[in-house]
Design a protein around this ligand. Structure first.
Ligand SMILES: CC(=O)N[C@H]1[C@@H](OP(=O)(O)OP(=O)(O)OC[C@H]2O[C@@H](n3ccc(=O)[nH]c3=O)[C@H](O)[C@@H]2O)O[C@H](CO)[C@@H](O)[C@@H]1O
Ligand SMILES: C=C(OP(=O)(O)O)C(=O)O
Length: 417
C-alpha cells in the first residue's frame, strides 16, 4: 500500500489537462456489451475502476484492448455468466452489468456492488425499473438474480432521482420490446453521454438530460466509436485546489457548462473565474468570503465536490454551511480535516465550517472524494508534511494526480506505507 505525502503552502500555477469522466467511462464500458460488434471508446481516463471494469468484460468473454486513453471492446463472443463475487465487489458501478446483461441475454446474476460506501447506497430504484420491464428479481446469498422471459417497455417513475437507476434502466430498455418512459430521471451530463453512445450503437433514446427519457427498444445493436466527455468532478477538484492555494490555474479540456454550479460558488466567495471555450481559468485571491453550499442533483452543486469544497471553506474568514441533499451523511472527511486543525462539525446533513489555518497531520482517505478533500487541505498547509493513507480510494477517480499537481508546482509524492 502506498501513502501520499504533501508539503503544502505553494500556490498552484499552470495548466492541467482533464481526462474523460470516470462516471461516464464506467457506464459506457458495460453499455458496449449491448452491441454485437466492436465498440471503441476514446478519451478514457486511466483509473483503477476502469481497469477493474475491463477485467469484468474479459470474464464475460469480451476481449478488451486498452492503450493509453483508448479502449476497444469486442463483445461478439460475449457469454452470460453469474458474477457473484470478485471484481464485482470492488466497484460501485458494477451494477451496470445488471442492466446490460439483462438487455443482452434477458438474465443477470450479479453480486451487490462495492466501491465508495460512505453511507448505505440502496439500489431499490434499479430493481423497480427491471421489474417494471418484466423481470423477476430475487436477492439470494448477496447477489441479485434477474430474469425476464421477455423485456417489455414500461412507464417508470423514479421515486428518487438516481443516476445509476436512470442509466441501468436505459441499458435494459434499449433491448426491450416497445417503448419505455423514465419519469423523474436524473439529468447529469454522464446520462447524456451514455445515451449518445447507445444511440450511436443503434438505440432509439430521446430526452436524455431532461426528466423524461423515452427509449424505443431495438432488436440488435452494433459497434461504433465514441469519445467520452471530460470529467467535471476532476475539473472541479482542480478549480477548488487552485482557489485554496491562492494560485492561478487553467483547467483545460472541460465543458464549462458542466461546471456552472462550482464556478458560481467560487465567484460568490470572491475567486476570479474566467470561462473560455474548452477551459476555465481560476485565479485565487488573498481572502475569501464564507458561503453556504447545498449539494443537489444536477444542475445543482455536485455531491462529489462537497468534500473537496469543505477543505476550501476552511480557508475563508467566516462560517460556512455545507449541506448535502443527495447523501445525508457523506461526511467521513470531517474528522480527518479536524485532525488537521479544521474547525468543522457535522449538524444533521450539514457541515458547519469556521475559517482558520490547517496544520500537517497523518490522515486517512476513507473514500474517493474524502481523499480529494484531504489532498486540497494538505496543499494549504504552510509548515510540515501531511501523510495521506487510503490512496487506493483516490486512485479510483484521479488519474495522474501526482504528476498533474507536481506540474502545477505542488510538492507531492507517493511512498510505500
Ligand atoms: C458511478 C457513478 O456514477 N457514481 C455517481 C452516482 O452514484 P449513484 O448512481 O450510485 O447515485 P444515485 O444518483 O443513484 O444516488 C442518489 C441518491 O439516491 C439514493 N438512491 C439511489 C438509488 C436507489 O435505487 N435508491 C436510492 O435511494 C441514494 O442513496 C442517494 O441518496 O451518482 C452519485 C450522485 O450524483 C454520485 O455521487 C456518484 O459519484
Ligand atoms: C461516489 C463516487 O463514485 P462511486 O459511485 O463509483 O462510488 C464518486 O465518484 O465520488
Amino acid at each position: 500500500m502506498e501513502k501520499l505525502m504533501v508539503t503544502g503552502g505553494r500556490p498552484l500555477r499552470g495548466t492541467v489537462q482533464i481526462s474523460g469522466a470516470k462516471n461516464s467511462a464506467i457506464a459506457l464500458i458495460p453499455a458496449a456489451i449491448l452491441s454485437e460488434t466492436m465498440v471503441t471508446l476514446d478519451n478514457l481516463p486511466v483509473l483503477s475502476d476502469v481497469a477493474i471494469y475491463s477485467e469484468l468484460l474479459e470474464e464475460l468473454n469480451a476481449p478488451v484492448i486498452w492503450k493509453d486513453d483508448q479502449m476497444i471492446i469486442d463483445p461478439s463472443a460475449l457469454r452470460s455468466k453469474p458474477m457473484p463475487n470478485g471484481n464485482i465487489k470492488k466497484l460501485r458501478a458494477s451494477y451496470y452489468l445488471m442492466g446490460a446483461l439483462l438487455g443482452r441475454f434477458g438474465e443477470a446474476t450479479i453480486g451487490m456492488p462495492g466501491g465508495c460506501n460512505f453511507e448505505p447506497r440502496p439500489i431499490d430504484q434499479h430493481i423497480k425499473g427491471f421489474e417494471a420491464l418484466g423481470a423477476r428479481v430475487i436477492t439470494e446469498n448477496g447477489s441479485l438474480h434477474i430474469r425476464a422471459k421477455e423485456l417489455r417497455g414500461a412507464k417508470i417513475y423514479l421515486d428518487v432521482v438516481s443516476v445509476g437507476a436512470t442509466i441501468n434502466i436505459m441499458l435494459a430498455a434499449s433491448r426491450a420490446k416497445g417503448v419505455t418512459l423514465i419519469e423523474n430521471a436524473a439529468k447529469e451530463p454522464e446520462i447524456i453521454d451514455v445515451a449518445t453512445l447507445l444511440n450511436a450503437m443503434g438505440a432509439r433514446i430521446k430526452g436524455a438530460g431532461t426528466e423524461t427519457i423515452r427509449i424505443e427498444g431495438v432488436d440488435s445493436m452494433h459497434g461504433c466509436r465514441h469519445s467520452i466527455i471530460p470529467d467535471r468532478i476532476q475539473a472541479g477538484t482542480y478549480m477548488i485546489a487552485a482557489a485554496a492555494t491562492h494560485g492561478d490555474v487553467v483547467v483545460d479540456n472541460v465543458i464549462p457548462k458542466h461546471l456552472e454550479a462550482i464556478t458560481a460558488k467560487l465567484q460568490e466567495m470572491g475567486v476570479q473565474v474566467y470561462e473560455m471555450d474548452e477551459s476555465i481559468r481560476v485565479v485565487g485571491q488573498p481572502e475569501y468570503e464564507s458561503v453556504d453550499v447545498k449539494a443537489l442533483v444536477y444542475p445543482g452543486f455536485a455531491t462529489d465536490l462537497q468534500s473537496p469544497m469543505a477543505s476550501l471553506l476552511t480557508q475563508t474568514k467566516g462560517v460556512s454551511i455545507l449541506s448535502d441533499y443527495v447523501y445525508s451523511n457523506r461526511f467521513k472527511h470531517v474528522p480527518e480535516l479536524a485532525r488537521m486543525g479544521a474547525k468543522i462539525r457535522v449538524e444533521g446533513r450539514s457541515a458547519v465550517i469556521e475559517g482558520g489555518k490547517l496544520s500537517a497531520a497523518k490522515v486517512k482517505a476513507t473514500d474517493l472524494r474524502a481523499g480529494a478533500a484531504l489532498v486540497i487541505a494538505a496543499l494549504t498547509v504552510e509548515d510540515g508534511v501531511t501523510e495521506i493513507t487510503g490512496v487506493e480510494y483516490i486512485d479510483r477517480g484521479y488519474d495522474h494526480l501526482v504528476s498533474n499537481l507536481s506540474s502545477l508546482g505542488a510538492e507531492v509524492w507517493r511512498e510505500e506505507e
